[in-house]
Design a protein around this ligand. Sequence first.
Ligand SMILES: NC(=O)c1ccc[n+]([C@@H]2O[C@H](COP(=O)([O-])OP(=O)(O)OC[C@H]3O[C@@H](n4cnc5c(N)ncnc54)[C@H](O)[C@@H]3O)[C@@H](O)[C@H]2O)c1
Ligand SMILES: O=C(O)[C@@H]1CCCCN1
Length: 312
Amino acid sequence: MAQPPVLIRQDEVEGLLHYKDLIPRLEVALGKFSKLDSAEVIQPVRTTVPLQKYNGFLGLMPAYLVHEDILCTKLVCFYKRESGSTLPSTQATVLLFDPEYGNVKAVMDGEVITAKRTAAVSAISAKLLMPAKSEVLTILGAGHQALSHYNVFTETFSFKEVRVWSRRKETAERFAQSTQGHVTVWESVEEAVNGADVIVTVTGASEPVLFGQWVKPGAHVAAVGACRPDWRELDDVLMRQAEVYVDSREGAVAESGDIILSGAKVFAELGEVLNGTRPALREKTTVFKSLGMGIQDAVSAKLVFEQWKNKH
Ligand SMILES: NC(=O)c1ccc[n+]([C@@H]2O[C@H](COP(=O)([O-])OP(=O)(O)OC[C@H]3O[C@@H](n4cnc5c(N)ncnc54)[C@H](O)[C@@H]3O)[C@@H](O)[C@H]2O)c1
Ligand SMILES: O=C(O)[C@@H]1CCCCN1
């Protein structure tokens, strides 16, 4: 009989999952995904169950990485919250299976995995697509993703200035106080993004907050929020003037309001750039539209489980 699953708590995941290990594994997984070879990676588009009563969704995100033999699924609830709500906007659990036997080997917290793997993928996109001399980083939003993005972007790159905007100034101020380095707080998005080389949008918005007319030509935007077909973070002008990169084309055309409603064309998947089959147009204005993928959770869960086993 199979052993019962181990339970890996949030604080343990936090201590076991490090960007330096995660980023190279995500790059390999994204590359394999974009080869469209089902002998390598199987990942259906996320199934979402609407929770109308609570203004939210349950997302089911299974994935199987064949050669690494990683079978995993994340279960994630995400919500549109009113300003001032104290309820969480995302809650997630990750299940790691033994693919041969079919039992669950580990049940682990999915919030840290979601925060870190999403930020790590945005850092991969910035590494490929941001202007060669990038000095100013602006983060729009001041929640969990804002913090993980701040951490990995400042760990990986050397920005001279980091700015933050949030719809409530107090939240942005709290965010700036919580970071290791100096972050300036801005009251308007237009001013916050003026001259920025890299802009990260990590808001719960369902209407555009970032407008193309404010974005410096050649800047790179990592657009992480707006994960429903009728939600937006970016306006039509930006979507149409930028070269648009995605994590998964199939996911993007099914789930991204910014892509579907603007009619913007997807130029490439990040994995195609990593594989060298599509170019990184670093000198152009670029948008990386992130939606999140089961394979990202799968490689993260494998890493966490490996590290956990080393310690037990
Ligand atoms: N692409 C991915 O893989 C991925 C993964 C996880 C989360 N997300 C999305 O990223 C976004 C941020 O997630 P989080 O965990 O940091 O959430 P969070 O609740 O911790 O933070 C959300 C931030 O957005 C702000 N915000 C909320 N509604 C807004 C609005 N209408 N206009 C402007 N700002 C608004 C909040 O004030 C807060 O600063 C969410 O949309 C979430 O669904 C995407
Ligand atoms: O890929 C994810 O984990 C997230 C969860 C919240 C909604 C968007 N995608």
